[in-house]
Design a protein around this ligand. Structure first.
Ligand code: SIN
Length: 277
C-alpha cells in the first residue's frame, strides 16, 4: 500500500504530496489525493515524468475529460491542452487571476497540469482560496452575496476581437467563434465538502444578474481585492515532471509572466464538473 505524506503549502490553500508515484497509485492512496484536493484546493506533486498516455489515464481516474475549446491540443492527444509560451512571445496564458471554465453552464471540476519545459527561474503559479476569502467577509456582506447570481462569459477573452487576439498568443489559440454565457450563484457550496465559496473571478465574471456592469464593478472590485490578499495564497514553483491538481470551484490561479526570453510548456487536462448551487 502506498504511504502518501502531505505538507501544507500555506495556511489556507495548497498541499504537497510526497512518497507517491501517480502511475501506480492504489485506490486508497488515490482517495487520499482526492480528499486533499477537496480540502486544500490544490495538490502539488514533484517528479512525475508521466507519458501523455499516463497523464490521460491518471486524469480519467478523476472523472470525464473536458476537452478545451481554445488552447492548442498536444499533437495526437486532443485531451491534452498545451499551455505554452515561446522564447519570442511576450504574453502568457492565464496571466491574470481566474478560475477555469466559469463561463460554462457546468464548470469544470478542475485541471491536472503537468510541467514539461520550465524556464531557469520564474514561471510560478499562484493559487488563492475563495473559501477563506468568503469566510473573511462580514456577516452582512455574506448574507447579501448569498442572494446574488452572476453572469460569466469568455467571449471578451477568446473571440476574434478578444483580449488574446490582440497579443502574440492570438495565432496559437482557436475557438474564436465559440460563444459562452453562464449564470451561477455568487456563493456556491462545494460539491464534496459543502463549504461556502465565493464564485466570481476577474477574468470571466461580467456582472451580477439584474445589475448593470457599472453597478456591479465596485462590489466585484472589492471582492477581488479581498481574495487577492497574500494571506489567502500559495505559490507553486515548477520543474519538469511537477504536477498540480486543482479544484476550480474553490480556487483561483494566476500564472506569473516573469521569464521573457525563455520557453515554458505545460500539459493541461481538465476534468468535467457538476452543476453548482
Ligand atoms: C492555466 O491558467 O491553466 C495555466 C496555469 C499555468 O500555466 O501555470
Amino acid at each position: 500500500m502506498t504511504s502518501v505524506q502531505m505538507r501544507p503549502l500555506s495556511e489556507h490553500v495548497g498541499v504537497e504530496a510526497s512518497g507517491v508515484d501517480l502511475t501506480t497509485l492504489d485506490d486508497a492512496a488515490f482517495g487520499s489525493l482526492r480528499d486533499a484536493v477537496a480540502a486544500h484546493g490544490v495538490l502539488f506533486v514533484r517528479d512525475q515524468a508521466l507519458t501523455p498516455e499516463q497523464h490521460i489515464a491518471f486524469a480519467r481516474r478523476w472523472g470525464t475529460i473536458d476537452v478545451n475549446k481554445y488552447f492548442p491540443a498536444n499533437g495526437g492527444h486532443p485531451e491534452i491542452a498545451e499551455v505554452r509560451k515561446a522564447e519570442n512571445q511576450q504574453t502568457n496564458i492565464g496571466g491574470g487571476w481566474h478560475t477555469d471554465h466559469s463561463y460554462d453552464a457546468v464548470p469544470a471540476m478542475g485541471s491536472i497540469l503537468l510541467a514539461r519545459e520550465t524556464p531557469p527561474s520564474g514561471g510560478d503559479t499562484l493559487f488563492a482560496s475563495l473559501g477563506a476569502a468568503f469566510d473573511s467577509l462580514s456577516e452582512g456582506l455574506k448574507t447579501m452575496l448569498r442572494g446574488l447570481r452572476a453572469v460569466h462569459s469568455a467571449d471578451h477573452i477568446y473571440s476574434a476581437d478578444g483580449i488574446y487576439a490582440k497579443t502574440d498568443q492570438g495565432a496559437d489559440l482557436k475557438g474564436h467563434d465559440e460563444r459562452t454565457r453562464a449564470i451561477h450563484p455568487v456563493v456556491i457550496h462545494h460539491p464534496r465538502t459543502g463549504r461556502e465559496i465565493l464564485y466570481v473571478n476577474p477574468a470571466f465574471t461580467l456582472h451580477f444578474e439584474g445589475w448593470t456592469r457599472e453597478e456591479s464593478a465596485p462590489l466585484l472590485a472589492y471582492l477581488y481585492q479581498v481574495a487577492m490578499q497574500d494571506r489567502f495564497q500559495c505559490r507553486i514553483s515548477w520543474a519538469p515532471g511537477s504536477i498540480a491538481i486543482w479544484d476550480n470551484r474553490s480556487t483561483w490561479h494566476c500564472a506569473m509572466n516573469d521569464y521573457h526570453g525563455h520557453r515554458r510548456l505545460m500539459h493541461r487536462i481538465t476534468i468535467s464538473g457538476e452543476p453548482l448551487d
